[in-house]
Design a protein around this ligand. Structure first.
Ligand code: FES
Length: 121
């Protein structure tokens, strides 16, 4: 266990990610919505490199009982991480899997220290 400098903070702009190997594990660091997030690059489905997948959005549905209408709207653009192997989707801000709420990507503490992005394993 220890602290690891993964990249200079200036090299990780909003919406960027970097995947590095730390202590034998692939860890991805994202800067999203102004915050840093670090996850293990390992999908809970079959171990795919989830953190290398597309950052996309998702549809949110709503139902109007009186009009008996369902409407869909695109939301969360750039905050949904889609595994490139079979498409499982995770909330990139929390690591939570959308289709299986009891599943989440393992996460690690990450912060900026003296101009560097530091992950603690
Ligand atoms: S390994 Fe990620 S969706 Fe299958």
């Amino acid at each position: 266990m220890g602290e690891h400098v993964v990249v200079s903070a200036s090299e990780l702009s909003e919406g960027d990610r970097v995947v590095v190997e730390l202590e034998g594990r692939e860890v991805a660091v994202f800067r999203l919505d102004g915050d840093l997030h670090a996850y293990l690059n390992w999908c809970a489905h079959q171990g795919g490199p989830v953190c290398e997948g597309a950052l996309t959005g998702t549809y949110e549905s709503s139902y109007d009982r009186e009009g008996n209408e369902v409407s869909l709207s695109w939301c969360r653009e750039g905050e949904v991480l889609m595994c490139p192997w079979h498409g499982w989707e995770y909330d990139a801000l929390t690591g939570e899997c959308f289709s299986r709420r009891s599943v989440a990507l393992p996460s690690y503490p990450v912060e900026e220290v003296g101009g560097d992005v530091v992950v603690t394993l």
